[in-house]
Design a protein around this ligand. Structure first.
Ligand SMILES: [Zn+2]
Length: 154
């Protein structure tokens, strides 16, 4: 199976996990902090999650968002799921984007979406967006991993 999220390489960017989900730092972030929440199991659609898994994903995503806001020192964010091809899904493994926002980051607040949809989730092979170096990614992931371990709020 040719899925970048099932490839073992993805482990380098994983900084937190819940029972069924992983938080993965985007190797080609559209803005600092850009993270993906993915199920560990290869499923296509958010509709395939049962109620308990869906609830787990929402709770985990909110915890990860709080962590990211703290580490990257901002208070605003976008969440986005492109579910199936017509909606712009290009990797057949369900994933939710968490995009942190910063004052004055983009000319228009809505400009983040085109940036995601142009090659939005080539996590391991982005040719259009600037890719983090191996060391840079390792540093960010290490910082997030240690912050995740000391986090004690819901
Ligand atoms: Zn997969």
């Amino acid at each position: 199976m040719n899925c970048p999220f099932c490839d073992t390489e993805v482990e380098k960017a994983v900084f937190a996990r819940s029972e069924n989900f992983l938080a993965v730092y985007n190797i080609a972030p559209i803005l600092p902090g850009h993270t993906l929440i993915i199920p560990g199991k290869h499923i296509l659609s958010i509709l395939e999650l049962d109620e308990q898994q869906f609830s787990e994903m929402m709770q985990f995503s909110r915890k990860i968002t709080r962590l990211l806001l703290k580490v990257f020192r901002t208070d605003s964010f976008n969440w986005s799921v492109q579910d199936k091809e017509t909606a712009g899904q290009t990797v057949a493994h369900m994933h939710m984007h968490i995009v942190l926002r910063y004052t004055g980051d983009l000319p228009d607040p809505g400009d983040w979406y085109p940036r995601i949809s142009h090659n939005y989730d080539q996590i391991l092979d982005s040719s259009n967006r600037a890719k983090l170096g191996t060391k840079e990614l390792a540093n960010i992931v290490a910082q997030l991993r240690s912050s995740w371990h000391i986090m004690d709020y819901p």
